[in-house]
Design a protein around this ligand. Sequence first.
Ligand SMILES: Nc1ncnc2c1ncn2[C@@H]1O[C@H](COP(=O)(O)OP(=O)(O)OP(=O)(O)O)[C@@H](O)[C@H]1O
Length: 596
Amino acid sequence: MTKSPFNRRLLTVVLLVVYVMATWLAANASLSIQSLVLVAGVFGILAISLDLVAGMLGLYSLGQGGFFGIGSYVTAIAVADLNVSPFLLLPVVIVVSGLCGVIIGAMSLRVSGLYFAITTFIFTLVLTVMATDMQITGGTQGLLGPAFPDFPTGLAWLGAPVAWCILLALLAAAALVWNIRRSPLYPVLLSIRDAEPFAEAAGVRTSAIKIGIFGLSAAMAGTAGWLFSFLGVVSPGQFDWSVSLNVLVMVLVGGINTTLGPLVGAAFVSMFPAVVDINPWLEEVLYGALSILAITVFPEGVVGLIRRQFGKTVQSPVISEDAGAVAPSAVPPTRATDMAGGDIAVECRGIEFSYAVGPKVLRDVNVVVRRGHIHGLIGPNGSGKSTLANVIAGRLRPVAGAIFVKGQQVNGVSPSGRARLGLRRTFQAAQLVRELTTSQNVSVGLYTKIPGIVRRAAIWPLLPSGQRDLGWMTTQAVAALQSVGATNWTERRIGDVPHGVEQLTQLASVCVAAPDIIILDEPATGLSSGEVDHLARILSQLKAQGVTMIIIEHQTRFLLPLCDRVTVLNAGEVVLTATADEVRAHPIVRQVYLGE
Ligand SMILES: Nc1ncnc2c1ncn2[C@@H]1O[C@H](COP(=O)(O)OP(=O)(O)OP(=O)(O)O)[C@@H](O)[C@H]1O
């Protein structure tokens, strides 16, 4: 495993001591230093809120400035006009900004990448224009923010209460993301970011999680706005698009997808103008040059760079050439319970499918897969095998026909819903998270087995049940990897393992959930002959445990001996469904597919 060189406990204690001292100093410092530290603190929360979605989900939001503005204005207006206590207002601000995040997220998450960034950018732009034009927001001049309530007289020695409040909120925000990183939700979020089909196939409701996390990020940005309103004037210039962009620079400079990186970036960006006291034009040029340099030369940011410098290099385990050619000890216990739907595990009735562009890819496809069988799917390139697998797994919707899984019509059921029914799959091109270890990837397959992963993530390390569940998941993931023969690779990152181990990791991530039905799309592609034999043994063991399998494969010498039934597809049509011997003997198959 890539172990941190730091003693984590010691680091936590040191950071806490530094934190309390810094807070006390800030709360008792001169007004200019105080305002510098507090603005950096508020922007630290904002940067953490962006890193939550950009670092863990790959959603580069330019809407953080907008949510920040909502928090600031709601507080400034409500305290001034309605004379509401700021503390009573805080939950309102969290709910309002969080709801705005959920709405914007639900709308803009239909698109991704650049389009997502532009949609959220437009949201911030519209809010800035509205705040500039409306009377209630004070136009371009803005509004004077409320004063922060004083400490009781006995606690006056602590200094400025707003300083304690801001730095406490910063600590809470950092603790929240730290906890998420130590929960089983973290690999799930990274799998949504890097391999969404893999996450869906593991039963993760990816859209709901993305919208929920975006709402949480917006609520954090709104809270930063609430705090910011106590620091002086609230005006449109303080949350326009350039603020969103600056927050992104903070995250990138400090280190994306790290807990401390956004804080380091926020301190750098907020304090730079005060520390580098030169001609403003030169200062802008220097700031821009330093930011570009940092992002291009050290794309992992300051914290990532420090980690790389002090990180321990992991030695490759010494293994034989045939990475997977280790006899499987025991394939993880599969469910193989009585299935609804009687003897039939999967049925395709009259399936028709065509992509948005092009002719029909599947034509009146009828396939019946019996319970406990290995059902092969063969055919020449482009005959529609992967398309049919995607239709059965729910990634593609047929234009006509019906799919039944364990007797239940599943046409309207999402891929994650089908996974929850006990149907799991692997992909032709492995869909895994390269920066996670093999066992972390496999643990994503256990998502549906542990209740409340999302709900408990923010406080996971504090919960005794959290530690217990995490321990169980790790044990199961390692056992699943061992059972497929990838024992030597349990702590290696996917980016560092050979292709054969990737295939075994995919298989382990499926087996670990003890499914009833598995679809394997070209599992033997790229494997050495030893690994192919090893794979055949694993699949035979799974069959012995009652698991139904649909296997797409070009290597008929590997596939046919395993199969109970084989369907031959050609140009989107079923040519024949028969036993392996009948398929081998069929004249068309012999001529076209077996090359005889
Ligand atoms: N996303 C897509 N958009 C449009 N056409 C597609 C898309 N994916 C596949 N096709 C087309 O659909 C047909 C069936 O493709 P599919 O990948 O299902 O075949 P296959 O039998 O799995 O092929 P292979 O053995 O090479 O993987 C092909 O003509 C292919 O070009």
